[in-house]
Design a binder for this molecule. Structure first.
Ligand SMILES: [Fe+2]
Ligand SMILES: [Fe+2]
Length: 270
């Protein structure tokens, strides 16, 4: 099974760049073109939040108009810059098969992997949260198929990544989340976004990985002394390949212009 993973597209309204600088809609359109050219096609595409920059319906509709060009089925979840109700309304139940609009929680029964999203957002706040209700829902859904390898996807990574701005945003209920995950050894990965960097770490034996942004990379400062800034970057996405040996292999794929590859066999030394 092959999963393409897009995150943090931060789209603004029609005709506008994000913060007046970042061409995020154009970047997303280039990324969609790139994914559409992949052989094999992904079984599905996950879009892990911060789809819009300011949560407006206009920006969500602009993002949807681009994402609907994907050949593969795609699924969306909100980030802290989005509004749950607008997301669910604009994308509808095919791309956002949520069980309610109180929280955007749902399960995708993929061919080889089960994918579960639990809503980590708090309306009006930048940080993440897993409250008791969401933890109980996740526990219940994970309990349904204990033998099926499962990926959890969410906007906020449930662990600190030493990225100043997103660490400061915080995550309420982190321990509560990990208590649930610790009961379900079929969880093979947690996929997230939010930190605008391709990164991974392990927590309680589970790999947590984050997809890059669609062209707004946060500066890396492990001293944690300086406020984050962003750098205009090539848009990028990730491919997660669930292999025959049952391990999830992740590739970070930059989206540049037309690419030229050079066969090693034809390279002659000068
Ligand atoms: Fe973001
Ligand atoms: Fe975010």
């Amino acid at each position: 099974m092959l999963i393409a993973h897009i995150s943090d597209t931060h789209i603004e309204g029609w005709g506008r760049k994000t913060f007046g600088i970042a061409p995020m809609a154009e970047n997303l359109a280039r990324c969609v073109d790139h994914i559409n050219g992949l052989v094999p096609q992904p079984d599905l595409v996950l879009v892990t939040g911060d789809i819009t920059n300011h949560g407006s319906r206009e920006a969500m509709e602009r993002a949807a108009s681009i994402l609907r060009d994907l050949r593969a089925p795609f699924y969306v979840i909100p980030g802290n810059h989005d509004r749950r109700d607008v997301l669910a309304d604009v994308f509808g139940p095919t791309a956002c098969p949520t069980e309610s609009t109180e929280f955007i929680n749902y399960v995708i029964e993929g061919p080889d992997l089960r994918l579960i999203t639990v809503d980590s957002t708090v309306p009006g706040a930048p940080g993440g949260e897993i409250c008791e209700e969401r933890a109980a829902w996740l526990d219940r859904r994970l309990s349904e198929r204990p033998d099926q390898p499962t990926v959890i996807f969410m906007h906020h990574p449930p662990v600190r990544f030493h990225v100043p701005e997103t660490d400061m945003d915080g995550f309420e209920g982190m321990d509560r989340f990990w208590q649930v995950v610790g009961k379900h050894p079929q969880v093979v990965r947690i996929l997230a976004g939010h930190i605008h960097l391709a990164a991974l770490t392990q927590w309680q034996g589970v790999t947590v990985s984050t997809a890059p942004s669609m062209g707004m990379r946060l500066t890396l400062d492990l001293t944690l002394e300086h406020p984050s800034e962003y750098i205009l970057d090539d848009p990028a996405f990730q491919l997660h390949y669930w292999s025959e040996e049952q391990h999830l292999i992740t590739f970070t794929v930059p989206v540049r212009g037309p690419e030229v590859s050079y066969p090693f066999a034809e390279v002659t030394e000068s």
